[in-house]
Design a protein around this ligand. Structure first.
Ligand code: CMC
Length: 391
């Protein structure tokens, strides 16, 4: 007591106890509520995984149907949200727009703010799960000059996301099982990752008893940065730049190793995974499958493969245990699906939503105290005030 331990970046500090996600960075193990990420990505759909993360067990068919029906009953947003969206310039980054709109939802859903009971929490949760995909889709549609539209209540959760994003005003959107499956998988793989930067932000914001929606908005802002969720956009931009530059991967490897150059190989390295990122393994296979199923030949995939091969053999990367992370191949799939690059981090947020919610709910149910780290003060000792003419 009274002694402050310094741990910049919280590399060795546990901020909470949690029963949601197990992660062993040395062995490359990731499990949600005890179920391996490999099995979940293969056998479950995103909504089942959302239920599992939030409530602790895989749902029965009846529970899943009720959960989906409750979400669908809230799959609408106040018309004034459209006005707020309209006020943003087209150039606005979708992550900033998404954070603002998520926060703005609070104003239109006042009953979702001061939630204490499990029932009130449930109502806030199904509300945001219903409304968030609309904000995601509209953020994209606005930027691309497409009319704003709701999806169809007859569709599955993920199918409806695709419908809302891509539906053309003059023709029906044709669902493609390859895309539904790929998106389901990507969202599941992003759904939770214990106390990462954005999740810790959601927990710490919620620990002041700020409402769920603003806590999520804080998480979205934290996710935006290129060292975190923003890496998926940065990876694709990096691969594009390498392609434009003649495909010289060696040049970029050298830049990444040069300590005088701020450039980092985006999509490489992880705070916790030091042998491999299990999500990256699954996504790499999925990227190959999706591209071949869709018959897409993307030269970017060859550049990514080449870069990965070189890095895995390079002493700089080997010594520092730097491996491709979840974001290295995800952008290649998003691109094949027709999702614009500036939307990639928004897709990450869509996937992470159930994890953020589960962590927020756990934090509230455990009645955790307000998050309040200390510091080691390194500034001036006491000095008397100096009047302005003497400064
Ligand atoms: N390229 C080149 N060098 C790197 C990279 C990289 N991508 N990542 C780490 N290093 C070096 C770093 O310079 C340092 O070298 P040295 O020991 O000589 O000073 C060493 O490896 C350790 O790096 P660190 O920055 O201390 O590690 P960290 O745990 O603080 O950071 C990281 C982890 C993910 C922020 C970092 O690896 C990184 O910036 N990667 C690129 C961005 C990225 O792909 N982020 C997505 C992470 S996964 C999804 C998510 O969490 O959202």
């Amino acid at each position: 007591k009274g002694v402050i331990t310094l741990d910049p970046g919280y590399k060795n500090t546990g901020s909470c106890e949690s029963a949601i996600t197990f992660l062993d960075g040395e062995k490359g193990i990731l499990r949600y509520r005890g179920y391996s990420i490999e099995e979940l990505a293969e056998k479950a759909d995103f909504l089942e995984v959302a239920y599992l993360l939030i409530f602790g067990e895989l749902p029965t068919q009846e529970q899943l149907d009720k959960f989906h029906a409750d979400i669908k009953s809230h799959s609408v947003v106040d018309d004034d949200i459209k006005k707020i969206l309209d006020a943003f310039p087209k150039s606005a980054h979708p992550m900033g727009v998404l954070a603002s709109l998520t926060s703005a939802l609070t104003a239109f859903n006042p009953t979702s703010v001061n939630v204490d009971s499990e029932e009130e929490m449930y109502n806030a949760i199904v509300r945001i799960l219903g409304k968030f995909p609309i904000l995601v889709a509209w953020t994209m549609r606005k930027k691309h000059g497409m009319p704003l539209d709701y999806g169809s209540s007859s569709l599955g959760y993920v199918e409806n996301i695709l419908q809302m994003m891509f539906k053309n005003p003059t023709s029906d959107y044709e669902q493609n099982p390859i895309l539904i499956n790929a998106l389901d998988k990507l969202l599941i793989l992003h759904a939770d990752h214990e106390q990462n930067c954005s999740t810790s932000t959601v927990r710490i914001t919620g620990s002041s008893h700020a409402g769920l929606f603003v806590s999520l908005a804080a998480g979205i802002s934290a996710l935006w940065g290129p060292l975190h969720g923003g890496a998926n956009q940065a990876v694709l931009e990096m691969l594009e730049a390498i392609k434009e530059d003649g495909g010289d991967t060696k040049k970029y490897m050298a830049k990444a190793k040069d300590k005088n150059d701020p450039f980092r190989l985006m999509g490489f390295g992880h705070r916790v995974y030091k042998n491999f990122d299990p999500r990256a393994k699954i996504i790499k296979v999925a990227a190959n499958e999706v591209l071949s199923d869709l018959g897409v030949e993307d030269p970017i995939l060859d550049i990514a493969r080449g870069l990965e091969k070189e890095a895995l053999e390079d002493p700089y990367f080997v010594d520092r245990k730097l491996y491709p992370n979840v974001d290295f191949y995800s952008g290649i799939i998003y691109r094949a699906m027709g999702i614009p690059v500036e939307m990639f981090t928004v897709m990450f947020a869509l996937g992470r939503l159930p994890g953020w919610i589960a962590q927020w709910r756990e934090m509230r149910l455990r009645k955790e105290p307000i998050g309040r780290p200390r510091q080691l003060y390194t500034g001036e000792t006491y000095r008397p005030f100096k009047s302005i003419e003497k400064r």
